[in-house]
Ligand binder design. Structure first.
Ligand SMILES: [Zn+2]
Length: 393
């Protein structure tokens, strides 16, 4: 929604106030004090969201990085939870409606589809979600589209708008139709994610996930739900991704599900890259060389894994392992990457000790990947590679 032209530009004062409240919450030492700060912060953030005033929120999030520890998390948690979950009045008492996402990790030799989900399949997916992921108290509505991450709402207010549309769909007992022409084109990459998005509604205070209604320890219950969702939900999703190997992660509230899937996709993309190379070049994994290098901008920002074949130093493919929050050069990330490469039967694994530059291609923006000499190169599949419509230049 465009911002009204007469709206006063958000000043530093609003942002400072949000940071002050978040810092209060983060540094409180009792539940009683928490309650006070939480209420104040909630009311301030809600006001900005309802006024569609992202600028104050984004400014505050920027500033919160420089504030004492945990201030940023307190503010981000509040902004995310008020974006993805709202409480609506109804005759049967207050109803909590929450945006959720069911992520799918996927790779392919040709362009991974984004598409409208046919009615019957959408209904099948909704039935499986209701049976295995959500509690018996929940009503859900889905968007009839298989999204790429780039097609999801880009702002807090756009996410909240989608939630409000889905709340209306739940009220009308239907699913939400998404016109595909309103979405941007998804990038054509080997390994990506697809998402099924929806909202669930529950009377405030009732359990909403299936694991909340189980009596086993919570983590065990959650894993049980994920296992059944992978099988039953997997069967309902399979027809949407014929020919594309995929793996389901746990559906849950929107931001948490997206974050969990981002993390899971780092490991998934390593095995997927090896399978992809095997499929398109006909090379067995023992002839694949994987070079792991840390790329430095303001500190260590990510690891990049460059793949070469046999004795060649030409990089044929690569994958990026972005670091999150407290990971740095002293965390055992490289060990994890190495063990994933070993599990994929990669023949040679090289770990470069030097600091590599965060280089990208000037033409297409693709990241460059290291070969075992430590040169940062554009990945090019061999000419004879058997790909579908992969983007090459
Ligand atoms: Zn390029």
């Amino acid at each position: 929604m465009p911002r009204a032209p007469f709206r006063r530009k958000s000043g530093a004062r609003e942002a400072n106030q949000l940071v002050r409240l978040a810092e209060g919450l983060a540094s409180s030492k009792s539940r009683a004090e928490d309650v006070y700060w939480e209420r104040e912060l909630q009311s301030a953030v809600t006001q900005h969201l309802e006024n569609n005033d992202e600028e104050a929120i984004n400014r505050a999030l920027d500033k919160a990085h420089d504030a004492p520890d945990a201030t940023f998390d307190a503010l981000a948690d509040m902004v995310e939870s008020l974006t993805e979950s709202i409480v609506l009045d109804s005759e049967t008492g207050p109803q909590r409606v929450t945006l959720f996402c069911a992520p799918i990790l996927v790779w392919g030799r040709s362009k991974i589809p984004t598409r409208t989900i046919p009615k019957q399949q959408l209904q099948d997916i909704a039935v499986q979600l209701s049976a295995h992921v959500f509690s018996s108290k929940v009503k859900i509505a889905l968007v009839d589209y298989l999204f790429a991450p780039d097609q999801l709402p880009h702002s807090y207010s756009a996410s909240r708008e989608l939630l409000q549309l889905l709340a209306e769909s739940i009220r009308e007992r239907k699913h939400l139709t998404m016109p595909p022409e309103s979405l941007e084109e998804a990038p054509d990459v080997v390994c990506d994610m697809r998402m099924i998005v929806g909202a669930f509604q529950v009377t405030e205070g009732e359990p909403f996930y299936a694991w909340q209604e189980m009596t086993t320890p919570v983590e065990e219950a959650r894993q049980t739900c994920l296992g059944v969702w992978r099988t039953q939900g997997g069967n309902a999703i399979k027809p949407l991704l014929v020919g594309f190997p995929h793996d389901l992660t746990l559906p849950r509230s929107f931001f948490a599900a997206c974050r969990d899937a981002d993390l899971a996709s780092r490991a998934y993309s390593i095995g997927a890259s090896v399978s992809f190379l095997e499929a398109v070049t006909g090379t067995t994994p023992d002839k694949i060389v994987a070079t792991i290098g840390g790329c430095w901008g303001n500190g260590l920002e990510e690891y990049r894994i460059g793949f070469t074949l046999g004795d060649s130093e030409e990089v044929v493919h690569g994958c990026v392992w972005p670091l999150v929050s407290d990971e740095g050069d002293d965390t055992p990330v490289v060990d994890e990457i190495e063990s994933l490469l070993r599990a994929a039967n990669v023949g040679t694994i090289v770990h470069l000790e030097e600091q590599l530059p965060l280089e990208f291609c000037d033409d297409c923006g693709a990241p460059h990947f290291p070969n075992r000499e430590g040169e940062m190169l554009h990945a090019h599949l061999p000419e004879e590679a058997n790909t579908g419509s992969m983007h090459l230049h």
